[in-house]
Design a protein. Sequence first.
Length: 433
Amino acid sequence: MSYEAYKDNSLGFTTRQLHAGYNPAEHYRSKAVPIYQTAAFELGDFDRCTRLFEYSEEGHSYVRFSNPTNDVLEKRIASLEGGSAALSLSSGMAAISNTFLNIARAGDEIVAVSTLYGGSTTLLNKIIPEYGIQGRFVENENDIESYKKVINEKTKAIYIESLGNPGMNIVDIEAVANLAHENGIPLIIDNTFATPYLLRAFDYGADIICYSATKYLSGHGTIIVGLVVEKGGFNWFNGKFPQFEAFYEEYKNSIGEAELNRSIFTKRLRIRYLTDLGSHLSPTSAFYLLQGMETLSLRMERHTQNAKKVAEFLSTHPQVLAVNYPGLSNSPYYELAKKYFPKGPGAILSIRLKGGLNAAKTVLEKVRVFDYMVNVGDAKSLIVHSATSTHFGQTAEEREKAGVYEDTLRLSIGIEDAEDLIADLKQALDSVE
């Protein structure tokens, strides 16, 4: 027998979500990926220890640096995205914050859309400014001129989401990627709501992809995980990123020039930030994520089918003021959804209620199948009031730019029977006075 599915990237998506990155022959022929539950690894001998710590030999020494279980996960997500390398971290926010720190230094700026997840907005306008990095926000996410107004010589990246949280807005990824590359900077995209099954962002010009893998990649609401995937091929030596030039000179003899040219962003992210800031992922969480990813394509098909049915129902209910779901033909993002999401634009939607905040409270307290939770991307359907949770602490103006109002509810549509979800929402909405 010659098992080679683990390294064959020509295989289909569903096949690779089961096999990519894991060779049983390297793990005592265990068919399931083992959990390497240890803090450190035997170094072998003096010379091998030296090689490991200068990164001239691949291997594992201390779990804050790397772990064989995590290594399989990183190879698998890189395969599914079509990337050159990936890194696993302790949370989605760890993935985003470490990415920003890797790419920008004091005095630099990062341009972002204003329709972001609340935690990402807080990171950009409150946290990293304390370290000298400024977040700049565009007024209109699909107006290239809005980006040009805030891009300058200090700008080191553009940051967007493939599907906005919670408004499900869609950015014209190709257009923004082209603008970024014209300015010699990378496009970073949070692909959490789409996953690589619905969107391969690298195919449209993205350079770095971030994930809260807690959501759909895991699929069961049991773990907190972040991922960063590098496409490879971006020119980090164009004069805008001296930290990468210095890193290259420091490690070109030990890591090797070919490997650095292939994945220098990920190498520096691991060595400079994961290792010393301590955002490492536990191997147990990596194992659970790998388990979830084995059914990713099957789950996403059901999620998107259900979301379309629920969105169509909600758009006809008299208590609903508006439904934000790009799969509806009246959505301002419908044409972009057809271009970027031919398999369906995800399974998150938000609604505004005619009865305002009181109506939102009633629906939250009356649902019987939906769970009132702040998470999304679970196999089970979830509902939350964004203004008092995911976007809590923001000003009304900041929330409204993200499509969050007092009357807004965000729904994460699960894989239950769609008829049960619709019936549950109907009885909750019908109870609004």
